[in-house]
Design a protein around this ligand. Structure first.
Ligand SMILES: C[S@@+](CC[C@H](N)C(=O)[O-])C[C@H]1O[C@@H](n2cnc3c(N)ncnc32)[C@H](O)[C@@H]1O
Length: 215
């Protein structure tokens, strides 16, 4: 299947996220408002339900581009304890740590750029991504950024590792095409669907890929 790059936009820049999380920290400190949960609570609940059913509780899990870390809070409350969050915005990590302390959860947080920093080799059982590949697809050199992302996620996963990716910019079929060299589809997490002109589509796609072992 062919697809077109999305084009550059401010959501693909670190400046955008740094500015947003500065405001979100101040809202959290003043009103205990955790800020935006991307794609809403319902999608987060669906991911957590899928994880509860399919992933052993002792798995080593990382949320790439974790933002305020709310997905990790939900997973902790679901019984997962080996949780890590990575974001390139220092303020996102400050916010995520404060949210985690406030909620009484325990998660390791790191400031790292997925495209530039070492994420570790064969380290994680599960990589989570909710909205981060979308942001990476909006950078100025999107094709190169997407390819680097796919390589780096492949590298940091253990041999049987899973990538649980949720996107509002790409359909399931587009994600399968983009990831097919390094991953095979493992499952699809059902998301709300709409019907338009007789065709059924989803606003958000949530796909689970399994790492291909490349010899
Ligand atoms: C759409 S937000 C999603 C936040 C969170 N995953 C959620 O679902 O609420 C995208 C996140 O990806 C982070 N991000 C974007 N590019 C990144 C990169 N190259 N390395 C690390 N984090 C990145 C941003 O700082 C932001 O927190």
């Amino acid at each position: 299947m062919s697809f077109e790059e999305l084009g550059e936009c401010e959501l693909g820049t670190q400046e955008y996220w740094d500015k947003l999380y500065k405001t979100e920290i101040s809202n959290f400190r003043n009103h205990k408002d955790v800020g935006e949960v991307w794609f809403g609570e319902d999608i987060a609940d669906r991911i957590v339900r899928w994880m509860n059913k399919n992933v052993p509780k002792e798995s080593v899990i990382v949320d790439l581009g974790c933002g305020n870390g709310m997905l990790l809070v939900d997973l902790f409350n679901g019984g997962f304890k080996n949780l890590n969050g990575i974001d390139y915005s220092e303020d996102a990590v400050v916010l995520a740590k404060e949210v985690s302390d406030h909620c009484g959860t325990s998660t390791e947080y790191f400031v790292k750029d997925i495209l530039k920093d070492n994420l570790g080799e064969e380290h994680y059982d599960v990589v989570l991504d909710k909205g981060t590949y979308d942001a990476i697809s909006l950078t100025s050199d999107a094709r190169h950024s997407r390819e680097t992302y796919i390589d780096n996620v492949h590298k940091c996963l253990k041999d049987d590792g899973l990538l649980v990716i949720t996107s509002c910019n790409w359909t399931k079929d587009e994600l399968c095409t983009q990831f097919e060299d390094k991953f095979k589809i493992f499952d699809v997490i059902p998301t709300p669907q709409f019907k338009f002109g007789g065709k059924i589509g989803s606003v958000v796609s949530s796909v689970v890929f399994k790492k291909n072992i490349i010899l």
